[in-house]
Design a protein around this ligand. Structure first.
Ligand SMILES: Cc1cc2nc3c(=O)[nH]c(=O)nc-3n(C[C@H](O)[C@H](O)[C@H](O)COP(=O)(O)O)c2cc1C
Length: 175
């Protein structure tokens, strides 16, 4: 099985990037084949529904994601949703990437109250592309990190569980 982990925060001090990196390490230990994609260093156009689909970076991103059996998206929570960069990635990649795949989510929020913010993106992938959505995700706040590192033992355990479940669901669907 091949996995892609996408870090969608453009903030250099991003906490969701820390989650993405840790998840990629865990998946590597488990499966050995993981592409870690960081949108902060991957120049992408904004989706205009036309010309953007001919952009060479979009083609490169699509082929990297298309070869993954399972995808883990790590997202900052902005305005009770994923960020515009994450939404843009989905608009640019579409059904060739997301159909018949398993997708899981990790997120970094400012506070506890936004814990349902991933429901919109999960529902849209499910309805639009029939993506199999992993029914567990990792939700973190600033209190789970110290000096830029993930400190919460509870979140570490949850991250392990989500990675294990991603691998298990992906093997069932694509194996
Ligand atoms: C524009 C903007 C909107 C935000 N909206 C929310 C929000 O709705 N709920 C929340 O809990 N945190 C919100 N936050 C806080 C971020 O989720 C938090 O800073 C998180 O660490 C961002 O992820 P990152 O560190 O990976 O960039 C917002 C931050 C910004 C900059």
């Amino acid at each position: 099985m091949r996995f892609a982990v996408i870090s969608t925060s453009l903030n250099p001090k991003s906490r969701s990037r820390v989650l993405a990196k840790e998840a990629a390490l865990l998946l590597e230990k488990r499966s050995g084949e993981v592409d870690l994609i960081d949108l902060a260093t991957f120049p992408l156009p904004l989706c205009d529904g036309g010309k953007c689909y001919g952009d060479p970076h979009v083609s490169e991103l699509k082929s990297q994601l298309a070869r993954a059996d399972g995808i883990l998206m790590s997202c900052p929570i902005y305005n009770y949703d994923i960020s515009a960069a994450g939404k843009n990635l989905i608009e640019l990649t579409g059904r060739d990437v997301w159909t018949d795949k398993v997708a899981g989510f990790l997120c970094a929020a400012g506070g506890k109250g936004s814990y349902m913010s991933l429901m919109g993106v999960m529902g849209s992938l499910m309805l639009d592309f029939h993506t199999t959505i992993l029914p567990r995700f990792v939700y973190t706040t600033g209190a789970d990190f110290e000096d830029g590192a993930l400190e919460s033992a509870e979140v570490k355990q949850r991250l392990n569980l989500v990675v294990d479940e991603l691998a298990r669901y992906t093997e069932k669907l694509r194996g």
